[in-house]
Design a protein around this ligand. Structure first.
Ligand SMILES: O=C(O)C(=O)Cc1ccccc1
Length: 291
């Protein structure tokens, strides 16, 4: 199976892919296809050049990854899994701390180390890259450059760990989602069917209200409350139509095949402008326990 991840070698997205495949029981040979950025993972999937993509969705320090949310709405994709990766950022360089003038990373990496950067490198130029390992690769070129990336990339790209553990909070976790095309490829089916006796499932949807009116969101949430469906996340994102107009990303416990969930969704659907079901998949915690 071909899996689209952020590249080059050494990204957290690659770690997430390995982690997910390992937990699901490897099915023969998998090939990782390294993409320049998150949009390219979605394009690769759409162009049928991979069967699965692994993209970051949210981080415990920096919050949502906007481009992933946007593409989940606009592309014809299905979420089939999630995995949570522990993030441990280091400052990597060929040079010494005093020499560093430019610091590179994925926007998430820079954001998760914002306070550190302000305290230790107030005059440094900050540059964004498509991924943390892309930053590491670029930092091999000049001693005055440094990258924020994982400790493993230091070894891969022959860089020194100038400062370890530089993120603003000790606990740093990113949730990645495993995506495929809505018309799920044959090779991906076996990963889904094998799931997961005894696992708790989670479902992700996107809702657009169409017109702002009193109690509209309350009515949607009421459908979940009424039948005791537990919401695990709700997030708004601009609809990009006009200022103050939003789409809502909602995650809740349960499987779309359960009657109770089906009924709630159909009640919501009849009261909103648009409802997109992204998919039902085993919740990360529960499938850790059951494996
Ligand atoms: O750039 C990477 O390695 C990614 O996978 C994206 C990312 C960046 C920083 C923290 C978590 C995920």
């Amino acid at each position: 199976m071909i899996i689209g991840v952020l590249g080059p070698k050494g990204t957290y997205s690659e770690k997430a892919a390995e982690q997910w495949i390992e937990k699901n029981g490897r099915e023969g040979e998998d090939i990782l296809e390294y993409c320049a950025d998150i949009q390219d993972v979605f394009s690769l999937l759409e162009d049928k050049k991979c069967e699965i993509g692994v993209v970051p969705l949210e981080n415990s320090i920096e919050g949502s990854v906007g481009i992933t949310l946007d593409r989940l709405l606009e592309n014809d994709v299905n979420i089939i899994g999630e995995t949570i990766v522990t993030i441990e950022h280091c400052l990597l360089s060929r040079g010494k701390k005093e020499e560093i003038k430019v610091i590179l990373s994925h926007p998430q990496g820079l954001g998760q180390c914002r306070q550190f950067l302000k305290n230790h490198f107030p005059a440094a130029e900050l540059r964004t890259t498509g991924s943390t390992s892309h930053a590491a690769k670029l930092a091999t070129e000049f001693e005055e450059m440094a990258a924020i990336a994982s400790p493993e990339t230091a070894e891969m790209y022959n860089l020194n760990i100038v400062m370890p553990n530089i993120q603003d909070r000790k606990h740093n976790h990113t949730r990645f989602v495993i995506i495929t095309r809505s018309n799920i490829p044959e090779s991906v089916q076996k990963y889904i069917k094998k799931d997961k006796q005894g696992s708790s499932y989670k479902t992700s949807i996107i809702v657009y209200l169409d017109r702002d009116r009193p109690g509209a969101l309350y009515a949607i949430l009421g459908e979940f409350a009424k039948t005791n469906i537990n919401l695990t996340r709700i997030e708004s994102r601009p609809s990009k139509k006009v200022l103050g107009d939003y789409v809502f990303y909602i995650d809740f416990e349960g499987n779309i095949n359960d009657t109770i969930i089906k009924d709630a969704i159909s009640n919501i659907e009849s009261n909103v402008g648009m409802l997109k079901i992204l998919g039902s998949y085993p919740e990360f915690d529960s499938y850790c326990e059951s494996n």
